[in-house]
Design a protein around this ligand. Structure first.
Ligand code: NAP
Length: 459
């Protein structure tokens, strides 16, 4: 039978999941919340998506930590839905389950050469410089020219990290091997390529301006791309972007270390090998109906050794949970999960990027989570007393012979990262490998083996 206090499981300890946890705590005195994550580290994209040189946004971590200071909340790390336990077990055991799994796949260009070595998603590159334990090591040796496709904030982040000087990166929490690789970088040309005009770019003005004013970086753009744009109906962000670009077009940086090429109305048509990316072919575009573009047939070849697709993310299906393949999200009606037959699935909810797609900044998830949680609370009230199996995550895992990591384990990792930072004059140095994370979890428990070792990298 259901316990007197309603129990909610949240799958994913990133910003959307933790904003949902806080909204539950605020909305129901008796609620019990279990937050699950496949990593032993909470905070999701805040830890593994926000660029390390954006330390101020890391202040959000304080707000996201808050739910864990409440005894009604527990953290279960090293728990992966579909692998460690099933959706059916969770749904049967809890009064409500909230999926907060984010968008962990990336869109593809669908052009020849996309899978050549040296061509990868910006997501992989971001994961590497943020110290994600699944990230592959990135080898920048021999890279003098790097091309990014897409003109959103992810593209701006990766261009900034590639173009930044050592002084900007040195105080960050990047793992030491990442910092060493970037310090030794020989990248001299960075290309930011948009298939439409500057007035259509999705980056935000603060982020764009930061990129355009980096020390030692010469922005290069064709003033013709900025001419003749009717500003009448443009919103404040776009007008700010255009102004920042116009200023940058006139900026002269003596003895620039890096050239930043901003190219608009260019679409990628091929990444040229033969054995690894050696160049990209761009085709000039022109506006077509609506927001579409057409190729003009006019092409240009840009030599490069590193191609990064920053063209947006997609959600990954969770085993047993409805999924809209085309949109890359869990189908839902304002946060209530919808079955393929169009009816709501009782007790199942969704928040964040897996609910609405990969749009918005971290703070956007607060209102988004609150909207879903309002439905959770309404439904809990309406179904008070409805039976569940009453089985909780720890009991479910114990039944499988598994042991999750806890918030105290994360605190041991946190302390170790800060101690590493102190040793090298930084606030924190991230631990980036599964084995070291596992060692820290073990160590925090006074040694001994983990009943379950952290997962191997996802396939
Ligand atoms: P995004 O803003 O949606 O940008 C994706 C870009 O890729 C657009 O320029 C899009 O152009 C382009 N694109 C899509 N398909 C393409 C194709 N086949 N060929 C060429 N270009 C293509 O996505 P994002 O940069 O991944 O960012 C995701 C979210 O995270 C955004 O809300 C962003 O603001 C947020 N974010 C924020 C920060 C920050 O605040 N500092 C940092 C990182 C991310 P079209 O417009 O023509 O489709």
């Amino acid at each position: 039978m259901t316990a007197a206090a309603p129990r909610v499981a949240i799958v994913g300890a990133g910003p959307s999941g933790l904003f949902a946890a806080q909204a539950l705590l605020n909305g129901h005195d008796g609620v019990r919340v279990d937050v699950l994550d496949r990593l032993p580290t909470p905070f999701g994209l805040l830890r593994y998506g926000v660029a390390p040189d954006h330390a101020t946004i890391q202040g959000i971590q304080r707000a996201l930590r808050a739910p864990f200071a409440d005894e009604r909340v527990r953290f279960f790390g090293l728990v992966e839905l579909g692998r460690t336990l099933t959706r059916d077990e969770l749904v049967a055991g809890y009064d409500a389950v909230i999926y907060a799994a984010g968008a962990s796949e990336d869109r593809r260009l669908g052009i020849p050469g996309e899978d050549l070595p040296g061509s990868r998603s910006a997501r992989e590159f971001v994961a590497w410089y943020c110290g994600h334990p699944d990230a592959e090591e990135q080898d920048l040796s021999g890279v003098t020219s790097a091309v990014t496709f897409g003109v959103g904030n992810v593209a701006v982040d990766v261009c900034r990290v590639l173009a930044a000087d050592a002084a900007r990166l040195a105080p960050t929490d990047m793992p030491q091997p990442v910092l060493d690789e970037l310090r030794a970088s020989t990248v001299r040309d960075v290309w930011l390529v948009g298939r439409r005009g500057p007035q259509h770019a999705s980056f935000t003005t603060t982020e764009l301006r930061e990129l355009l004013t980096l020390d030692g970086v010469q922005p290069l753009l064709d003033p013709a791309d900025l001419a003749g744009i009717d500003a009448t109906d443009l919103d404040r962000r776009v007008r700010g972007n255009l102004e920042a670009l116009r200023t940058a077009a006139e900026r002269v940086v003596p003895e620039a270390r890096v050239r930043l090429h901003l190219r608009f109305w260019q679409r990628p048509v091929e990444i040229v090998g033969p054995d690894a990316a050696a160049a990209v072919v761009l085709e000039r575009t022109a506006p077509a109906a609506g927001t579409a573009v057409v190729g003009t047939g006019e092409t240009e070849v840009v030599p490069t050794q590193l191609v990064l697709r920053a063209i947006g993310y997609r959600g990954r299906p969770l085993l047993g949970v409805p999924f809209d393949k085309a949109a890359g999200v869990i189908p839902n009606a304002d946060g209530r999960v919808m079955r393929p037959d169009g009816t709501p699935s009782p007790g199942e909810y969704v928040v964040g990027w897996i609910k609405r797609g990969p749009i918005g900044v971290i703070g956007t998830n607060k209102a988004d989570a609150a909207a879903t949680v309002a439905h959770v609370l309404d439904d809990l009230e309406a179904s008070a007393g409805a039976p569940t199996s009453g089985l909780e995550v720890d009991a479910l895992l114990a039944a499988h012979g598994l042991q999750p990591s806890t918030f105290a384990d994360w605190e041991a990792i946190d302390a170790a990262e800060q101690a590493r930072g102190a040793g090298s004059g930084r606030q924190r140095v991230k631990v980036a490998s599964w084995s070291e994370l596992a060692d820290l979890v073990r160590h925090g428990r006074g040694g001994g083996p983990l009943e379950r070792e952290p997962d191997a990298p996802a396939p």
